[in-house]
Write a protein that binds this ligand. Structure first.
Ligand code: AMP
Length: 192
């Protein structure tokens, strides 16, 4: 599989997040999957690629030209796609991916995760989405999504768009067992 991973650029977050990113990169690469990510060298992104590289895995970075100019690209990643802008990058991250996984991160990670959820709600992305709720990091976001259901901004069924796990070790099982989602979802996208 080609697995897209969204995660943090910050190297200042608690070390356990970076360790989990390394473990996930290693686990996915060891299982023969291609790791697709934002291409950054710092924070969890850098650790994810380090983990995949340590297992001899196939890694692909997708990064806008301006970040390359700023030398933010991970030096161990040989395969890069360069994009004109952030919007094109986000589209390429998901395009052709067999699953998307979000580790803890900042606003960039939130944006990527919420876009993937939105596209899946609209039937434009149909693959599993896994949220790694390490240390309960995503509890407030999950509560917000639940509230959007409670107040009928979304349907209950939209909570099936993503699977929540506590630990990176559970990611591959979550992908394998994700509830079926297909283009019929478009009929449920609206809540008239
Ligand atoms: P954040 O969680 O705010 O650190 O943003 C991380 C996400 O946004 C990653 O998944 C990347 O796709 C993108 N991103 C933000 N900052 C960088 C960076 N310095 N290098 C590469 N990608 C980045």
């Amino acid at each position: 599989m080609r697995i897209c991973v969204y995660c943090a650029s910050s190297s200042q977050a608690p070390a356990e997040y970076g360790e989990a990113a390394f473990a996930l990169g290693h686990l996915l690469a060891s299982a023969g999957h291609t790791v697709v990510f934002g291409g950054g060298a710092t924070g969890s992104m850098g650790r994810l690629a380090d983990g995949a590289a340590a297992a001899g895995g196939d890694i692909e970075g997708i990064m806008p030209d301006f970040m390359q100019a700023l030398e933010w690209a991970h030096p161990k990643v040989e395969r890069f796609s360069w994009t004109r802008d952030m919007a094109e990058r986000k589209a390429l991250l998901l395009q052709g991916s067999d699953a998307a996984v979000a580790l803890p991160g900042g606003c960039g990670t939130f944006e990527e995760l919420l876009e993937a959820i939105t596209l899946k709600r609209l039937g434009l992305y149909l693959q599993p989405i896994v949220i790694v709720n390490q240390c309960g990091y995503y509890d407030p976001l999950l509560a917000q999504l639940q509230r959007s259901v409670d107040e009928a901004f979304m349907r209950e069924t939209h909570l099936r768009i993503f699977t929540v796990v506590d630990d990176v070790a559970a990611v591959l099982d979550a992908i394998a067992n994700a509830p079926d989602w297909n283009a019929q979802a478009q009929a449920l996208a609206l809540h008239p």
